[in-house]
Unconditional design. Structure first.
Length: 219
């Protein structure tokens, strides 16, 4: 009996040596370890959600792969939305539309009058600028945004998005065209100008209609 115990102790001592323990070490590479950890995490998560799920089954493996695909798609979607938002912001983030000091006290009707005068002279680029400023100041007068000399069109866009998302989307397009014409090298033709004017007038009419409805309710 004593001999058997001594033999057992000797075997355990031998097996504890490094050259034997190497067979019990984890020989997986980094990718395999990471994949197994992810699988274990998802298996535990799915088991909590679905008590009847057998994580080791083929169905369990399929659900794990499906869950990973969903996560990857969601991550890519978030990256896409953030990058698109960054690009849009960058395009409208460097110019202040109310930068000309000689117009700092102008109201919306002053800019509209000037747009009409320039349109008659076929100065469509300058007329476009005054049309946009008419729109911007009408929104300011309605208190849907706060027009300031130092603000960019992207900041105005963010303010509008909190009030009326469809208006914010249209404002972005109108502001982008305004900046391309005003600061870029875009040579606007009469046809393009008239389309732009119609879009501005559509929103001006809608804003006026909203004001009239509010006044009737208050009266």
């Amino acid at each position: 009996m004593t001999n058997m115990k001594q033999a057992k102790d000797s075997i355990e001592e031998i097996l504890s040596q490094q050259e034997y323990q190497v067979y019990y070490e984890d020989n997986r590479n980094f990718i395999q370890v990471l994949w197994d950890e992810i699988k274990d995490w998802i298996e535990e998560l799915l088991s909590n959600w679905f008590s009847t799920l057998q994580p080791t089954s083929s169905i369990g493996d399929a659900l794990i792969i499906l869950a990973l695909l969903v996560v990857v798609i969601l991550v890519l979607l978030v990256i896409f939305l953030l990058s698109r938002n960054w690009v849009r912001k960058k395009r409208l983030n460097y110019r202040q539309p109310l930068h000309q000091l000689n117009e700092k006290n102008w109201l919306s009707h002053d800019h509209l009058k000037e747009a009409n005068r320039l349109e008659q002279k076929k100065a469509y680029s300058e007329a476009t600028r005054h049309l946009f400023l008419t729109f911007l100041l009408v929104l300011h007068e309605k208190e849907w945004l706060q027009a300031r000399m130092w603000k960019t069109n992207w900041e105005y866009h963010d303010e509008l998005r909190l009030i009326k998302s469809d208006l914010a989307d249209d404002f972005y397009q109108l502001a982008l065209f305004f900046e391309e014409v005003t600061y870029g090298e875009y040579n606007i033709e009469e046809k393009d100008y008239q389309i732009y004017r119609e879009q501005i007038e559509k929103w001006l009419a809608e804003l006026k209609s909203i004001n009239s409805s509010i006044e009737r309710e208050e009266g």
